[in-house]
Ligand binder design. Structure first.
Ligand SMILES: C[S@@+](CC[C@H](N)C(=O)[O-])C[C@H]1O[C@@H](n2cnc3c(N)ncnc32)[C@H](O)[C@@H]1O
Length: 217
C-alpha cells in the first residue's frame, strides 16, 4: 500500500468510533461541532434530498464509506449497497449498523484502495463524502468514479480558502494524517474532464458539494 494511504488507514482505524459518534444527535448539537462541522451535517441533509431523485431499487457505491452512515441513509430505497474503505476499523461500525438495521442481504463492504478494487459493475449512484480530503491523485479517483457511474455522482471537496482550513490542516498534521484542499477552479477542472449532462457546485461553507447527473434520472 502506498505510504500516504497507509497513514490515512492508520488514522481512520484509530478514529473510527469517534468519527461515527459525530452523527449522533447530542454530538451534533454541541457548539464546537455546529461551528466546525456544519458542512458534515449539511452534506448529509443534501444527500438525503438528492437520493429522492432515484427510482426504488437503485444501486449505490459509497467510496470511503467510513462507518456507513450514508449506506444506512440509502438502504430503505436502494436495491444494492456497496461500500469501500481503506480502513477496516471504519468498516466495523458500518457492518454493525447494517446488522442492526437489517440490510446485510443487499450490502457488500470491501476493504481496500478504491483505485485498485475491481467492482465488475456500474452504479446508479456514487457517493464520495469527506473523501477527496485524503486522496493524492484526485483526478484519477474522480475519473474512475465517472467511469463506474451511470446516474448521479455526489461528492465533496474541502475548500483551500476558508477560515477553518488552517486549523484543520494543523490538527491533521499533528495526527500524522495527510489532508488536502481544493480551489473552485480545481473542482471545475475535474468536472470539465467528465461527460455528465448536469453539474452543480454548491457552496456549503467549509466545502463544495458537487452534484453531477448523467441525465438518465
Ligand atoms: C472522513 S471519512 C468519511 C466517511 C463517510 N464518507 C462519511 O462522510 O461519513 C473518509 C474515509 O475515506 C477513506 N479513504 C481514504 N482514502 C481512501 C482510498 N484510497 N480508498 C478507500 N477509502 C479511502 C478513509 O479510510 C475514511 O474512512
Amino acid at each position: 500500500m502506498k505510504k500516504q494511504n497507509e497513514k490515512v488507514r492508520k488514522f481512520f482505524d484509530e478514529y473510527a468510533a469517534k468519527f461515527d459518534a459525530l452523527y449522533g444527535e447530542d454530538v451534533r448539537a454541541n457548539l464546537f461541532n455546529r461551528i466546525f462541522r456544519a458542512s458534515v451535517y449539511e452534506r448529509f441533509r443534501l444527500a438525503a434530498t438528492d437520493a429522492e431523485r432515484l427510482c426504488e431499487g437503485f444501486s449505490v457505491l459509497d467510496v470511503g464509506t467510513g462507518p456507513g452512515r450514508y449506506l444506512s441513509l440509502m438502504a430503505p430505497k436502494a436495491g444494492r449497497l456497496v461500500g469501500v474503505d481503506l480502513s477496516d476499523g471504519m468498516l466495523g461500525p458500518a457492518r454493525a449498523r447494517a446488522e442492526l438495521e437489517g440490510y446485510t442481504d443487499k450490502l457488500e463492504l470491501l476493504a481496500g484502495d478504491f483505485l485498485n478494487v475491481d467492482f465488475g459493475e456500474e452504479f446508479d449512484l456514487i457517493l464520495a463524502f469527506g473523501y477527496f480530503d485524503y486522496v493524492f491523485e484526485p483526478a484519477a479517483h474522480f475519473r474512475r468514479m465517472n467511469d463506474l457511474c451511470r446516474g448521479i455522482l455526489l461528492a465533496t471537496f474541502p475548500k483551500r480558502w476558508h477560515p477553518l482550513t488552517i486549523q484543520r490542516k494543523i490538527r491533521y498534521t499533528l495526527n500524522r494524517c495527510p489532508v488536502r484542499f481544493y480551489s473552485l477552479s480545481n473542482v471545475n477542472g475535474y468536472i470539465a474532464t467528465t461527460d455528465y449532462a448536469e453539474a452543480d457546485v454548491i457552496d456549503i461553507g467549509r466545502e463544495y458539494y458537487v452534484r453531477m447527473n448523467k441525465g438518465v434520472y
